[in-house]
Design a protein around this ligand. Sequence first.
Ligand SMILES: C[S@@+](CC[C@H](N)C(=O)[O-])C[C@H]1O[C@@H](n2cnc3c(N)ncnc32)[C@H](O)[C@@H]1O
Length: 159
Amino acid sequence: MSRLDSFIRRLTAQRDILNSIFDLVRETEGPVLEFGLGNGRTYDHLREHLSDRRIIAFDREVRSYSASTPPQADMVTGDIRETGQAYLGIGASLAHADIGTGHDDIDAITLTWLPQLMAGVLATNGIAVSGLPIDRPDLEPLPLPPGIKEGRYYLYRKT
Ligand SMILES: C[S@@+](CC[C@H](N)C(=O)[O-])C[C@H]1O[C@@H](n2cnc3c(N)ncnc32)[C@H](O)[C@@H]1O
C-alpha cells in the first residue's frame, strides 16, 4: 500500500472512530483533551461535534491554522510527556492522541508514558482514541465501527 493510501486510511479511521463515539462521550461529563493539535483539523472536528465541551489542546508549539487554534487558556505548549502530568485526574470524557510518527523507535518511547497519561486523565467511562495502541488493564478495547481494520487506529473505554 502506498504511503498516501495508508495516510488516507489512517485519517478515515480516525474520523470514523470519532464520529462513532460522540454520543458515548456525551454520556460522561468532563472536558476533551486533544494530544497533538498539529494543524488543528481534528480539533476543529471535535469542536464541531462536542461544541458544549471545553477542549484542551496540547502540542510542542502552536502551528495550527488560525481558525483552528484554541483560546490561549485551552492551549498547552511543550512536551506532552511533561505538560500532560498537570492534567492527571481532570476527569476527561474523551482523550484523543494523534502523536504517532510512523517511526517504530520514536513511537516505542512515546508508549513508555502515553498509556499512563491517557488512563490518568480520563473519567470512569471516558473514551480514549489513539493512533498508537494503548495497553492498560483499565482501558478496555471497544469494537471499531464497520469498515475499520484492526490496528489502524485504537479505541478504548476507561473502566
Ligand atoms: C500528526 S500531528 C496531529 C495532527 C492533528 N490531528 C491535526 O488534525 O492536524 C502530530 C502532532 O503531535 C505533536 N506531538 C507529537 N509528540 C508530541 C509530544 N511529545 N509533545 C508535544 N507535541 C507532540 C507534533 O508536534 C504534531 O504537531
